[in-house]
Design a protein. Structure first.
Length: 71
């Protein structure tokens, strides 16, 4: 008997939550026909000289970079 009561309460909670989700989802009124994918970002320009200086100052960074390249 107790499981039937709790099952009924859980079912009601699920219905209420589903209705809340549906209302929140459709309440935005966004026209999805005009949605476009984001534009691709252009690659950032690397400052090679700055990178070389950083690698010279930090042997650990150079070692980590080498491990990443080799894997």
């Amino acid at each position: 008997m107790i499981t039937k009561v709790y099952a009924h309460i859980l079912d009601e909670d699920r219905k209420v939550n589903a209705q809340k989700f549906e209302n929140a989802f459709y309440a935005t009124n966004v026209d999805l026909r005009n949605v476009r994918p984001p534009e691709e970002k252009q690659e950032a320009n690397l400052d090679i000289e700055s990178l070389i200086e950083q690698l010279k100052k930090s042997p650990e960074l150079a070692k980590t970079l080498q491990q990443l390249i080799n894997s």
